[in-house]
Every structure is written in structure tokens, then in C-alpha cells.
Design a protein around this ligand. Structure first.
Ligand SMILES: [Zn+2]
Length: 393
């Protein structure tokens, strides 16, 4: 027996939807999460007019409809949804804190500086800083200048690196948000939290799904571009410091950022580079489709060999890239980890926090395709969660 609520669901007005063929998205008019709908779920929406009972809908869908109705109600899609406009500015979630009002900050930045940032001159300046900075970084590398902060003060090293990485992640996310605002859409909440135990920063960028492909590619690329300029600027400043500890810390930050760019750009992982590829190929559900194809291939059904190969390659290549990434990060942080681990209990906690983001990213990125393959390819319904940046750098 199903425990579906008895009230016939009725959609509120002003819901925005977009049909991508293999899936559809819906945005609530009151700022709740955007939802990811399977084609048959999407087809059910017109029947949510207050005239069809959940049982009717369930019969039409051929499977339980309760989860969908609960999500629609909680996120403000139904006339009997709780009033989301009155909700608090600060919400405590399972992962940490989420704030409202980040869109206002971004809109202000756009109004104040947007014309300069998005001008030809702004773009050229950024490219020059990125390129010259990269050269400066490579020169410092060839000169054998220190890349890892001395571990004589492990606590200080830990906090300096964490805070700097965190500001880099903040800039990265804000650049996505700025492109969204520039193109006339809202960014949603922004959150700070413990994502898989690692302190992370994310912005709800799901409204970008309503852009055309070109704009979406710009939005996805903005984060990578910002990281590139950021790493360049940091490398340029580090030149001034030579062997000083602060300059070494900046170089270490540059290394982390460059490694992050490489990881983020690889389209085989479901990060920014992936979204650019998916849009370039005009296949917004590339990840999901390829896993479906691989799942079929494993059962001996070769419907789309290229897609199945892509999924296999992304899993294998993703694993290899992550192992390489982890080794590189271990080179940077290994000594600091040992120095912290050698201390008391508090030090050990910091040591764990130092490596946790990387281990959790590895675990998640490796496990996700496996979990998806083993389960029935359930897709995350809340879009903002699937657009969350793995900004645990
Ligand atoms: Zn990004």
C-alpha cells in the first residue's frame, strides 16, 4: 500500500520549465530548489491541477509519485506549499549553513564593476595576468624556489593554506554567479558547509540551465578562467617574496590552483570541463546517458557503443587522474600531514582535515558511477545539488 498524501496536488502559477528531451527541469517561482524531472514525471505536471488525486497520478506514472509530490510541495511548486518568501535568511542544513541574499551581493558587483570586468579591456588584462603569471610560476619552478611551506609551524601553515584555498574557491564560485547575473538570471543560495566532511563553498547555479548553450559554456568556463587568472596573480606576487615564507605559501597556493584547474577541466569528471563538453556536444545529460549505455553494454546490449566507451573511459581516466592528483597533493601536503600527525589529539584532527577534502572527492567521484551502475540510475532530483562545485580545494 502506498502512503501517498490524499490531497490532489495543484501547481502554483509562474513555474518555469525546460524540456531537454531525456529530462526536464522546473524552477519554482518562489525560489525553492530547481527540480530535475524524468520525461514521464514532466508529462505528469499538467495533471497536477487539483483535480487528480495522487492515486490517479500514480496510476498514470506506473510507480509511486509520493517523493515527487513531497519535493514539489517543499520547494514551493504547489498552491499549498509553505510560504517560502517568509523563510529565514539563514538555514541550517545537514551539510552546514546556507545563506540567502548572495544574489544581491553578486548583482551589486555586477552593477558596480560588471561593465569593466566584461569589457574587452578587462578580458585582455585578465588573460595577460594569467599568462604572464603562468610564465612567472614556471620560472620560479625552474629556479627551484620552495613550493611547500616549512612545517616548523604546522598549525600556521595549515590555516594559511586552508584560508587561501577557501578564498580561491569563493572567487571561483562567484565568477559562475557573476556570469549568471550578467545574463539576467538569479543565483540561488550560497552555502558553506561540511560536504563529505570537507569544508566547502558552493553557489546554487542551477538557473544557468535556462541559458542557451553558448552562455552555459561561458558560465561553466568562467570558473576555470578565474582560477587561471587567480593562480597567475598569486604567482606574480610570489616573485616579489623570493624565499620568504609568505611567498612560498603563495606558490603552494598557485600549485594547488593549477592542479585544481587540470582536475576541473578534465571532461571525464563531472566538473566544469564536463559541462562545457556536454554543451559542446549538445547532450545535456551526457553523464547519465553514457552510464545508461554502459549499463546496457555490460548486459550485452550495444545500443550506443560510443557512449558506453565514453562512460568506461571516464571511469578509468577519472580514477587515474584522481590517483595522479592525490599523489601530487601528497607531495605538497605529506610533510605537513606528518608534522601534524606527530602532535597531540588536536593536531591529529587538523591532519585529518588537511587530507579529508581530497580523500572525499576521490571516494565520491569513484563511487558515484559505481553506485549509479549498481542502483537503478536514480538521478538527483534537486538540481542545485548536482551543480554543486566540488570546491573543496
Ligand atoms: Zn566551477
Amino acid at each position: 500500500m502506498s502512503s501517498t498524501p490524499p490531497i490532489p496536488p495543484e501547481l502554483t502559477s509562474g513555474i518555469e520549465t525546460r524540456d531537454f528531451g531525456t529530462y526536464a527541469i522546473a524552477a519554482s517561482p518562489v525560489g525553492g530548489s530547481m527540480l530535475y524531472l524524468k520525461p514521464d514525471e514532466f508529462a505528469l505536471l499538467p495533471l497536477m491541477d487539483g483535480q487528480h488525486s495522487p492515486q490517479d497520478l500514480e496510476a498514470r506514472l506506473g510507480r509511486p509519485v509520493e517523493d515527487l509530490i513531497v519535493d514539489l510541495r517543499e520547494e514551493g511548486y504547489l498552491v499549498d506549499s509553505p510560504d517560502r518568501k517568509k523563510h529565514r535568511e539563514l538555514i541550517l542544513t545537514l551539510n552546514g549553513f546556507e545563506f540567502d541574499g548572495f544574489d544581491r551581493v553578486i548583482s551589486w558587483v555586477n552593477r558596480k564593476f560588471g561593465d569593466r570586468i566584461f569589457s574587452a579591456r578587462g578580458l585582455v588584462t585578465a588573460v595577460v595576468v594569467g599568462l604572464v603569471g603562468l610564465v612567472a610560476f614556471l620560472v620560479q619552478l625552474c629556479l627551484g624556489q620552495g613550493l611547500t611551506v616549512p612545517v616548523t609551524q604546522p598549525i600556521l601553515a595549515f590555516f594559511v593554506l586552508r584560508i587561501m584555498s577557501f578564498s580561491q574557491a569563493g572567487l571561483h564560485e562567484s565568477s559562475h554567479a557573476l556570469v549568471i547575473d550578467r545574463n539576467g538570471r538569479h543565483v540561488g543560495r550560497f552555502g558553506i558547509g561540511f560536504y563529505w566532511g570537507a569544508l566547502s563553498f558552493y553557489v546554487d547555479a542551477s538557473q544557468a540551465m535556462f541559458f542557451d548553450r553558448r552562455t552555459r559554456m561561458k558560465e561553466s568556463g568562467a570558473g576555470l578562467f578565474t582560477d587561471f587568472v587567480f593562480a597567475g596573480a598569486v604567482s606574480l606576487v610570489a616573485v616579489l617574496g623570493g624565499g620568504a615564507t609568505w611567498a612560498i605559501a603563495l606558490r603552494e597556493l598557485a600549485v594547488i590552483t593549477y592542479l585544481g584547474i587540470i582536475l576541473n577541466a578534465i571532461p571525464l569528471l563531472e566538473l566544469d570541463g564536463y559541462w562545457i563538453l556536454a554543451d559542446a556536444l549538445n547532450r545535456p545529460s551526457l553523464h547519465h546517458d553514457s552510464l545508461v549505455a554502459l549499463q546496457a553494454a555490460l548486459r550485452g546490449k550495444f545500443d550506443d557503443v560510443r557512449l558506453a566507451l565514453y562512460a568506461a573511459a571516464s571511469t578509468i581516466f577519472g580514477a587515474a587522474a584522481l590517483v595522479a592528483g592525490v599523489l601530487a597533493f601528497w607531495n605538497l601536503f605529506g610533510k605537513l600531514f606528518h608534522a601534524l600527525w606527530a602532535g597531540g589529539a588536536g593536531y591529529k584532527v587538523l591532519a585529518v582535515f588537511l587530507v579529508l577534502p581530497y580523500t572525499m572527492i576521490v571516494v565520491e567521484l569513484l563511487l558515484e558511477p559505481l553506485v549509479l551502475l549498481v542502483r537503478k540510475l536514480e538521478t538527483k532530483r534537486h538540481l542545485r545539488k548536482s551543480r554543486k562545485n566540488a570546491a573543496a580545494t
